[in-house]
Design a protein. Structure first.
Length: 202
C-alpha cells in the first residue's frame, strides 16, 4: 500500500475543503493517508520530520482532528507528499527550502519549485502573451505606482498584495480620490503590491 502525507495547517475540525475531500478520495483509491502539520516541519541531523497521524476512517464535515495523537514522523517514510497548506506566512520560505532538500527521496504531488516561484499574482504580468490580463504594474516603490496612477487620468485601478487571499488589503483606486497617495505610501512600505487596471466587466 502506497503511503501519502498531506501537509496541512493545524485545525480543530474538518470543513468541506480540499484536505477532507482529497484524503477521503485517496483512501478509497487504496492509499494509506496521513495528515502532517506544515508548521511542525523539523530538520534533524539531515532528516526531515513533521507531526503526523494516519487517517483510519472516512472523514466527515465537523469531525474533530485529534491533535494529541500526532507523532513526529520522518517525511521520507512516505511515498508521496502533497502540500495543501503553507504554514505560518513568515516561515513559508523555510518550510519550502527544508522540503526541497528531500525532493530526491520522496515524490511531491505539487512541485516545490512551482510553489516557491509561481505561486503569486504578479506571475501573470510576466507572461502577457500567455495569460490575458489587465494592464499591470508591480512595485514596492510608492512614487513609481503613484506616477502611473496620476499619469492615466479617469482610470480606476485595483491595488492588491502579491500573495494574500480572501480579499485582504485589496482596494479600488478611483480618479481624484484624495486618499490614493496615503494609501499607496502605507501599502508599499517595504512590501510589493500589484496595481492593476480596473475592468468594469469583471
Amino acid at each position: 500500500m502506497k503511503k501519502i502525507g498531506i501537509l496541512i495547517n493545524k485545525i480543530k475540525s474538518f470543513q468541506l475543503l480540499n484536505s477532507m475531500i482529497i484524503a477521503n478520495s485517496l483512501k478509497k483509491s487504496g492509499f494509506q493517508v496521513s495528515f502532517c502539520f506544515t508548521e511542525s516541519i523539523t530538520l534533524t541531523e539531515g532528516d526531515v520530520f513533521a507531526l503526523s497521524n494516519v487517517v483510519l476512517n472516512e472523514i466527515n464535515e465537523g469531525d474533530e482532528l485529534d491533535i494529541e495523537s500526532f507523532e513526529l514522523t520522518k517525511l521520507t517514510s512516505f511515498d508521496y507528499l502533497w502540500i495543501l497548506s503553507f504554514g505560518k506566512k513568515g516561515s513559508f520560505l523555510d518550510y519550502m527550502q527544508i522540503l526541497w532538500s528531500i525532493r530526491n527521496d520522496v515524490k511531491f504531488v505539487n512541485s516545490i519549485e512551482s510553489l516557491m516561484f509561481m505561486n503569486n499574482k504578479h506571475l501573470l504580468g510576466n507572461y502577457p502573451n500567455i495569460f490575458k490580463h489587465p494592464k499591470t504594474y508591480v512595485s514596492s516603490n510608492f512614487e513609481y505606482l503613484f506616477n502611473v496612477f496620476s499619469s492615466q487620468e479617469n482610470k480606476k485601478w485595483i491595488l492588491k498584495p502579491t500573495a494574500d487571499s480572501l480579499g485582504r488589503d485589496v482596494y479600488i483606486l478611483k480618479p481624484n480620490d484624495s486618499n490614493v497617495r496615503g494609501l499607496l505610501q502605507s501599502m508599499t512600505n517595504n512590501k510589493y503590491y500589484i496595481m492593476q487596471e480596473y475592468i468594469n466587466e469583471i
